[in-house]
Design a protein around this ligand. Structure first.
Ligand SMILES: Nc1ncnc2c1ncn2[C@@H]1O[C@H](COP(=O)(O)OP(=O)(O)OP(=O)(O)O)[C@@H](O)[C@H]1O
Length: 223
């Protein structure tokens, strides 16, 4: 199998006034295509920081992240944003759906922003909402959906531009146990169906156990 991502000597230091906090102190990691990984570690260990770097939402202090062999941080900010939109989907703890738009419109949004024709964006969004079991809720706004349904819409939206890599940061951190299990099962099903490479930051042991492997952040390094 080929590596989708290769991380080498990745470091991230935050400077807050006179203080410097070295959060990541040399991360090496390889992610094979179409695999699932749980990223775990204590609160404040740097899990979100690492996930943001894997997803090109932030730049490292040093080190490299290669996506299919290409060093992504050599790209300009504009190129990086284009790459991110095309290749990476994100799911966060809080869904960040736009409250004044319907489920369908929320899922269509990334394609519309990427200038996809409206009919095509709509067809893809309908298909994705069907994939997440919400074809009966297309016209509902986020406030008219349950927490689990909102997160399903967020997952559908994350897949709108057919990313290869799906990054999820505590995707069920805000849900009760039963609803979480449904979302976990959905993520596993979509990963298989679409051949996604999935990385999930989680404190949930059951979700971590369902991933192909677990990597643990301790003192800025992977154990
Ligand atoms: N923008 C920032 N500026 C300064 N320090 C930051 C910044 N972002 C994160 N940190 C610090 O980096 C450390 C790691 O934060 P991060 O959010 O990556 O941890 P985490 O492992 O995801 O934690 P949690 O499980 O609590 O969400 C924390 O000590 C945090 O205070």
């Amino acid at each position: 199998m080929s590596n989708l991502l290769e991380v080498r000597a990745l470091c991230k230091t935050y400077a807050t006034g006179p203080n410097r906090v070295e959060v990541l102190a040399g991360i090496d990691l390889e992610l094979e295509s179409a695999t699932t990984t749980a990223l775990v570690g204590a609160s404040g260990a740097g899990k979100s920081t690492l996930l943001h770097l894997l997803g090109a939402l932030d730049r490292p202090s040093s080190g490299t992240v290669s996506f299919r062999g290409e060093d992504i941080f050599r790209k300009s900010d504009r190129e990086l944003a284009f790459f991110r939109n095309k290749s990476i989907g994100f799911v966060f703890q809080f869904h960040h759906l736009l409250s004044e738009f319907t489920a369908l419109e929320n899922v269509m949004m990334p394609a519309l922003i990427a200038r996809t024709a409206r009919d095509k964006a709509r067809a893809t969004a309908e298909e994705l909402l069907d994939d997440v079991g919400l074809s009966h809720r297309l016209g509902h706004r986020p406030g008219e959906l349950s927490g689990g349904e909102q997160q399903r819409v967020a997952i559908a939206r994350a897949l709108a531009l057919s990313p290869e890599l799906l990054l999820a940061d505590e995707p069920t951190g805000n849900l009760d146990m039963k609803t979480s299990e449904g979302v976990h099962a959905l993520l596993a099903e979509l990963q298989q169906k679409k051949g996604l490479t999935l990385v999930v930051v989680t404190h949930n042991e059951r979700l971590a156990a369902a991933m192909g492997r677990t990597v643990r952040l301790v003192d800025g390094r992977l154990e």
